[in-house]
Design a protein around this ligand. Structure first.
Ligand SMILES: [Ca+2]
Ligand SMILES: [Ca+2]
Ligand SMILES: [Ca+2]
Length: 131
């Protein structure tokens, strides 16, 4: 599993969707680190509530510059970018939050495992304001 933020999509059907073959898509978000993982389904609802799962898929989100995941790219994210930026071919070594993993999932736009000036150009193009 690639580390990062994944949109996990499930194709499901149940009594509430209109029947066992009345499919709908549900999405949950998972922040995953590298390595093997175990997945567990936990369902809510009344006793006897049943459902049908057709499939699920993990879709790695590309970096978007929004380090704090508040749907903008602003000065707060820039502070994090400065913490993550380490130059060409140098892995991020943040001394405070964010983590190395989060640096890469938020800012390594070209996927070369560093956060450098190339990534900063992309970050600038996504900057939405100072606050
Ligand atoms: Ca943000
Ligand atoms: Ca913000
Ligand atoms: Ca990079």
């Amino acid at each position: 599993m690639l580390p990062g933020i994944h949109d996990v999509e499930l194709r499901v059907a149940s009594q509430s969707t209109g029947g066992w073959q009345s499919w709908t898509m549900a999405t949950v978000v998972a922040l995953l680190s590298a390595g093997e993982r175990k997945m567990r389904f936990v369902t809510g609802g009344d006793a006897g509530f049943e459902h049908n799962v057709n499939y699920f898929s993990f879709n790695l989100r590309p970096p978007d510059g929004d380090l704090d995941a508040d749907t903008d790219v602003d000065g707060d994210d820039f502070i994090g970018f400065e913490e993550c930026m380490a130059g060409p071919s140098v892995a991020p070594e943040p001394t405070a939050p964010p983590t190395i993993k989060r640096c890469k999932t938020a800012f390594d736009f070209n996927g070369d495992t560093d956060v450098d000036a190339v990534d900063f150009a992309e970050f600038q193009s996504r900057f939405t304001g100072s606050t």
